[in-house]
Design a binder for this molecule. Structure first.
Ligand SMILES: [Zn+2]
Length: 155
């Protein structure tokens, strides 16, 4: 009988999330300067080696998809879903809006796909367990437009 050998392969795992969000891009030279919304699709890809330990509740997994879901929902989806996201200097950020918008997120940057993704990457890198790494993220804004973040690009 051949001995069973499991190589400590590096494996990427990916989970998809979605949320609805409104924003405005101040100073944009097109229609994105108006408050409008998107159905965003966020993909989170982690890299690591599957746990190889008999009896371990997560044996064979890089990370339990359920645990990843909790982290991403807590940090991103629950906060941004059905929120209005505005730059701190936005002319739309009136006292009325501050008072009436139940889910208003004010950010110190233009809330583009690219900038949101940079912020998400930083939060996720701080939140995921030490034995896995954030490999890449993508944030789809429309059917034809998306931004991507890769750890390898940041060096
Ligand atoms: Zn937009």
């Amino acid at each position: 009988m051949q001995p069973i050998f499991i190589a400590m392969a590096r494996i990427r795992i990916e989970k998809t999330f979605d949320f609805e969000m409104a924003h405005a891009l101040d100073d944009h030279d097109g229609k994105c300067k108006n408050v409008h919304g998107h159905s965003y699709v966020l993909k989170v890809c982690l890299i690591g080696s599957p746990i190889n330990q008999t009896g371990h509740p997560k044996n064979g997994m890089v990370m339990d998809f359920g645990d990843l879901k909790k982290i991403v929902n807590n940090l991103i989806v629950d906060r941004f879903d059905h929120a209005l996201v505005l730059w701190e200097g936005s002319p739309y950020l009136t006292p009325e809006v501050r008072k009436t918008q139940e889910k208003l997120i004010v950010v110190p940057y233009q809330p583009t796909c690219e900038n949101l993704l940079s912020a998400f990457a930083e939060w996720l890198q701080n939140a995921i367990p030490e034995d896995v790494s954030l490999h890449s993220l993508s944030l789809r804004e429309t059917a034809t437009s998306m931004a991507k973040w890769f750890a390898a690009d940041q060096q």
